[in-house]
Design a protein around this ligand. Structure first.
Ligand SMILES: [Zn+2]
Length: 335
């Protein structure tokens, strides 16, 4: 089926990126919270063609500002959910997380955040993390600084209103963002750009079982898992996904918690084996979203103000080949 081809392409892409990363990624002097594996490179597991972020070219010698995954010495992972909050699916997801005492990170769309302030507050109250995913889900990589500033600022304020504090994390829709913009956002808002290394392509609605298997099979210690709390099938897949990841020994943390656990060095590839580790306060996060900017119609015009589950889905995600849109700036498929 058509999935194989993209996978092969991805394999090549990943290899190319890994080589590139190895050559250029200067070891970064990670100030406390940031270390990272060769950024920009999706650890092998990821099937999607995370093309974008070419070898994390961010700061020449400064702190790392982009993260696809984190090198940790304990089996911690971060579940992230993008594009919400959703009126009914997000609360349902929160119930699932609460029942298991798991934490996640939610990369919210500003328009939805202001529409569902109670859900936003519940997310915070239950220990999860809120992060910026723009105001209306545009292709930031193709926008000027003024437009990007507006997209981030308004959502930043909505998050602060709900959480009582600002977020320091952002995920560009479709993973589309240029290296210069990443640095600019870091300097302007203090934002670290969070991508992902595990992408179940849930926006394509492959079915709960497929979503679960892709996540469970690709997750490694330090993984940042992308998912969307605006698709019914994704939510339906979560109970088994959470339980199977837990059974494999993984522990859930929010993205900020995971970044704080980063260790210098290369990221291991083995899967955890139920290591008894102490649990830092774990919290999980929202998930990143989907695809790429480039392929199908990039800059998806966020036609509707509220991006309920559908809006974003169409545009970016529609394209099946996650191949990179050379067109844009570093764009990653999904997101
Ligand atoms: Zn998204």
């Amino acid at each position: 089926m058509f999935r194989h081809r993209p996978l092969l392409l991805c394999g090549f892409t990943l290899i190319a990126f890994q080589i590139a990363a190895a050559q250029q990624a200067p070891p970064q002097p990670p100030p406390a919270t940031q270390q990272q594996p060769p950024a920009g490179v999706a650890p092998q597991a990821a099937e999607p063609p995370r093309v974008a972020q070419p070898a994390a070219p961010q700061t020449p010698a400064g702190p790392q500002v982009t993260f696809n995954s984190v090198y940790v010495d304990q089996p911690y992972i971060a579940m992230t959910f993008d594009d919400g909050p959703h009126a009914t699916l997000t609360p349902k997801l929160l119930d699932m997380l609460a029942a298991r005492k798991l934490k996640a990170t939610f990369f919210v769309i500003g328009q939805n955040a202001v529409e569902y302030p109670d859900i936003m507050k519940r997310i915070v109250r239950e220990g999860h993390e809120l992060a910026n995913h723009s105001w209306s889900h545009p292709n930031l990589g193709k926008m000027g600084d003024d437009g990007v500033r507006t997209q981030l600022q308004k959502t930043d304020e909505a998050i602060e209103a709900a959480a009582g504090k600002r977020t320091t994390l952002m995920r560009p829709p479709y993973g589309s963002i240029t290296p210069r913009q990443k640095q600019w956002m870091y300097e302007t808002f203090g934002y670290k750009t969070i991508i992902w290394d595990v992408d179940p392509f849930d926006w394509r609605r492959p079915g709960p079982g497929v979503i679960r298997d892709r996540i469970v099979n690709q997750t490694q210690p330090g993984s940042i898992i992308l998912a969307h709390d605006i698709h019914p099938g994704t939510i339906e897949a979560m109970p088994d996904t959470f339980d199977q990841l837990t059974a494999k020994g993984f522990k859930f943390a929010t993205v900020s918690e995971l970044l704080a656990m980063a260790k210098p060095g290369a990221r291991p590839t083995a899967t955890p084996k139920a290591t008894a580790t102490r649990a830092p306060g774990a919290a999980s996060d929202p998930q990143p979203a989907a695809t790429a900017a480039g392929t199908a119609r990039p800059a998806a015009s966020p036609a509707s103000g509220t991006r309920p589950p559908t809006a974003p889905a169409t545009a970016p995600r529609g394209n099946s080949s996650p191949a990179m849109p050379a067109s844009g700036p570093a764009a990653t498929p999904n997101g």
